[in-house]
Design a protein around this ligand. Sequence first.
Ligand code: NAP
Length: 256
Amino acid sequence: MSHHDLFDLSGRTALVTGSSRGIGRALALGLTECGATVAVHGTKASKALDETLAAARKLSPQSCAVIGDLGSSAAATKVVTDAIAALGKLDILIANASMQIRKPWASVTQDEAEQQMQVNFHATLRMIHAAAPGMQARKWGRILTIGSVQQARPHPDMIVYAASKAAQENMVRNLAKQLGPDSITVNNLAPGVILTDRNTEVLADETYAERVRQIIPLRSFGESTDCVGAALLLCSDAGRYITGVDLLVDGGMGLP
Ligand code: NAP
């Protein structure tokens, strides 16, 4: 196998949640560039989701879209079963969608806490429940969760979001041991500050943006495409012997 073939995903199928926009979109398109057929996903039908699907189909005509709000576990399971129905099988699951509520910890309501845990943790476990059996039967699988630099460096105004990402990363290490015997790798990719819709508003404040840049050793924010290389490593044969890792794509922001 040449080194180039190590990243070849021809014949592989993937679901990337939250891929209508941002990092998920970049990951889904990165997978199609390596030959995979993808199911792109958003909470609902949208222009953004249509555009992502059209871009994916340019390289991978059999790609499809699935929709569903991961705020319910039934919907999380259905997103995976819909993707399997459309693609025929699922080799790669990237749990990328997340919910983030920014506010001081003391004013976070029980409902806001539960919603974030649901989307960021419970839905991920439900989706793995639905995706793993097929991977186990075929003895090949890649599960990649998208975490955050906040697993280790929690932002004071995102107490539940940060905790949900830490919980997800713990689950990854647990499942890496349990699914390894079936040649399924389970890893976490933890971005730092990546320029996407969710932080456009806060980073528009140049004084705040500069303060954040100063705690990033590489002194700049990342682009969604900066996450693609790491994801391709963990989702291809190039990463077949890597499991249970937490790979930071954060310009060094998570360093102690
Ligand atoms: P984004 O641009 O805000 O896009 C969010 C995506 O998730 C959209 O596709 C959205 O679908 C979907 N989504 C949101 N809520 C959902 C729900 N309840 N159910 C199902 N889908 C939902 O996100 P991003 O910034 O690229 O972040 C992607 C991942 O990276 C997330 O896990 C995030 O926590 C993580 N991350 C991001 C950063 C960063 O700086 N951007 C840093 C650390 C970690 P619709 O289009 O339908 O709304």
